[in-house]
Design a protein around this ligand. Sequence first.
Ligand SMILES: *Cc1c(COP(=O)(O)O)cnc(C)c1O
Length: 448
Amino acid sequence: MSTPPLASGPEATDALRPLLATVLDALDAGRTARGGPLPAGGPGAVAARLGAAVGDVLPEHGDPQALPTLVRALAEGSADPAHPRCAAHLHCPPLAVATAADLAVSALNPSLDSWDQAPAASALEALVTRALARLAGLTDALVTTGGTESNQLALLLARETLGPGVRLLCGANAHHSLARATWLLGLPGPVVVPAPAGTLDPAALDAALTTVPGPHLVAATAGTTDAGLIDPLPDIAAVCAAHGARLHIDAAYGGGLLFSDRHRPRLAGLDAAHTVTLDLHKLGWQPVAAGLLAVRDPADLTALNQHADYLNADDDTEAGLPDLLGRSLRTTRRPDVLKIAVTLRTLGRRGLGALVDQVCDHAHAFAALVRDHPGLELHAPPTISTVLFRPTGATDTAVAEIRRRLLTDGHAVLGRARLDGRLWLKTTLLNPHTRPHDLAALLTTVAS
Ligand SMILES: *Cc1c(COP(=O)(O)O)cnc(C)c1O
């Protein structure tokens, strides 16, 4: 076999063009074969079909049909966030233009651990991170793999600023990655402040800050994973200021509202945070991964400085080569910033804001359908784009079974959330092309 072609260099275009056509055809074939939002039959059937299609993953001799075979098998067996009835999680359908940009990253393969591996990508990252930090009212930002890594970094920066005794206080509504980060970083476990209405209660926070010894890091949430609720950020910021507590805001979901003139005011108080988690693979329509941690004081980031002679020798840095190692805990690092930059430039703030407005409008329209349905109960009007509902009078067991039946039949991907002591079906509307009537038929299945 001849040496396989590379993705960049003089032969790349001729090599890639037919392969891209192959990929696009295989994606199409897989989607058509699936026919719905996810493959039918449940995990056993899906694994069996995949195994049969793929065969030996490390054959003795190569298979030139591997690309179409595997792409088709993956597409056929995928939960497709672009399908109108795939609406469970904060799992967005990526924009075509962002995915195309990501292909360029795969072809060029810059690595952001040193300037000599990513001259333009590192300059682009500096521009994009500052622009997005400014949008959030902060100063600088690091690119991460998502909200989980951003929350971990926020806790790490708090530990490095306040010392290893720092105590995390967060609402019962906070994302699980925060508690996990305390474990990872060897910090005391979080003090969980009650959130009876689904949001962090500032009075309960004030009481906790009064009794729990500091130093304190408070983590608030702008867009809870379960219900899309936004903690009362200005009140929480005021309580933190009064107690001298550091404030982190996890806006992995709600951060996207910053693009929208209509919805941005609901994030008032965000700029009072020391650190903010953003996640553009949620309300930003990016392929995974596209996380950010924005910081107010860039000096906080010096805690991440790291020296490795082969990547950032002092004399190289003195001679003017940018030192990138302190911009992440990772070493080899893909420029996720290109797809973000292309998206920001292509759509503009208003274009992204319009997408945010659409999915929020769709959530309201869908909630209205639920409210008007005689057999369904609506949890509450949506805050962002999440709608929780359940069949009237159903047991929690029945609600859980409805979700699993829809998954197994391949009819719909709905999520689940336990709120107010009951189990709800969750739809997270992130697809700007999905109309409420796309989901209306589903309501009949659920209520029957
Ligand atoms: C999704 C989410 C996270 C985790 O983000 P990942 O990108 O999945 O790591 C953290 N916090 C909140 C509020 C989220 O919704």
